[in-house]
Design a protein around this ligand. Structure first.
Ligand SMILES: Nc1nc2c(c(=O)[nH]1)N[C@H]1C(S)=C(S)[C@@H](COP(=O)(O)O)O[C@H]1N2
Ligand SMILES: [Mo]
Length: 319
């Protein structure tokens, strides 16, 4: 049972985002869960092997949780990054050759300052912070990850958005040679995400450039990715090359793929079920095969910081 071929291991993704293309019967998935949890143990034995540059001068943050953090092996070997394959172990396995330098970020749209920036110049003006955040994937698993990054609000302000800028749109690199998963038509590439300007200027979201005090590994979105801790993990777009200030709400990749399943807001909400599974509880990765699922918290436990952003918004309709 433990010695499965990699293509069989995929079956543990019974609740995976891609399953809108690949529905399975409920009974069948029940059997696959057990196999999946065990096979996950195998991946955890692979240590990340890419060079990890140590980052200097990192401030602590009051926004960090003091919950038990996940170990680096969980965080770097159990990933979602469809550009490198759809299995949880694929991003670690298939992104090792990926070169995240040189790297340019294009800033465009409704802002006073726009242009193309080298990643080094892009990040240099800001103070690095460690932010230890819970991450809740829409697939009903979670981790606690010690990110290193810069507050998105600081970056946004630097570009002086115009009053017409109501949303911020993000895009991942689109390059089928470097990101072989883009040959698949599981999503419309490039991966696209977005936030309202109010969300983007809340103090919680960060542009992460590291984990555990070191540069971001490829499978976690090197060289720069978004982290929005009160939203489902898929909002945390990896490998960002474009940021643009928009007048109207941008379409996101998951919305385009399955609008009835993935909304623009994607706020963590235990009361709003995914059409195919409940969001009331979550499995904390690393808690052990026999650990019971823990309750999911509204806004992933960040309610006091973000609930005001949604005053008057119907969270069931705007999911
Ligand atoms: N470009 C891109 N960004 C992405 C994804 C992806 O497939 N492509 N997957 C998302 C999903 S579903 C999750 S849960 C998180 C996972 O982040 P992690 O692998 O660093 O834990 O990345 C998000 N960002
Ligand atoms: Mo996810």
């Amino acid at each position: 049972m433990l010695i499965k071929k990699p293509n069989k291991i995929r079956s543990y993704e019974i609740t995976s985002e891609r399953n809108y293309l690949n529905r399975r019967s409920f009974i069948q998935s029940g059997c696959l869960i057990a196999g999946g949890i065990l096979s996950q143990g195998i991946h955890s034995a692979n240590l990340p092997d890419q060079p990890f540059d140590k980052l200097e001068n990192i401030n602590k943050s009051d926004y960090s949780t003091d919950e038990q953090i996940n170990n680096i092996i969980d965080v770097t070997s159990y990933n979602n990054y469809y550009e490198f394959g759809m299995g949880k172990a694929d991003p670690n396995r298939n992104s090792r050759e990926f070169q995240s330098r040189p790297w340019e970020i294009e800033v465009s749209g409704e802002a006073e300052i726009t242009g193309n920036f080298d990643i080094e110049d892009f990040i240099k003006p800001y103070q690095l912070e460690e932010r230890i955040y819970r991450m809740r994937c829409v697939e009903a698993w979670s981790m606690v990850i010690p990110w290193v990054g810069v507050p998105l609000v600081d970056v946004i302000k630097k570009f002086k958005p115009l009053s017409s800028a109501k949303f911020v749109k993000f895009e991942t690199l689109y390059d089928k040679k470097r990101m072989p998963g883009q040959k698949s038509r599981v999503l419309r590439w490039p991966y696209r995400e977005g936030l309202t300007i109010a969300e983007a200027t809340n103090p919680l979201p960060i542009l992460a450039v590291g984990i555990y005090g070191r540069a971001l590994p490829n499978q976690n979105g090197a060289p720069i990715r978004l982290v929005v801790p009160w939203k489902y993990g898929f909002k945390g777009i990896k490998g960002i090359v474009k940021i643009s200030f928009e007048k109207s709400q941008p379409k996101t990749s998951w919305q385009m793929a399955a609008p009835n399943e993935y909304g623009f807001y994607a706020n963590v909400n235990p009361k709003v079920s995914h059409p195919r599974w409940s969001q009331a509880r979550e499995r904390r990765i690393g808690s052990g095969v026999f650990a019971s699922k823990q309750p999911t918290l509204l806004f992933n436990g960040y309610e006091e910081h973000v609930a005001h952003l949604y005053d008057g918004l119907n969270l069931r309709r705007h999911f």
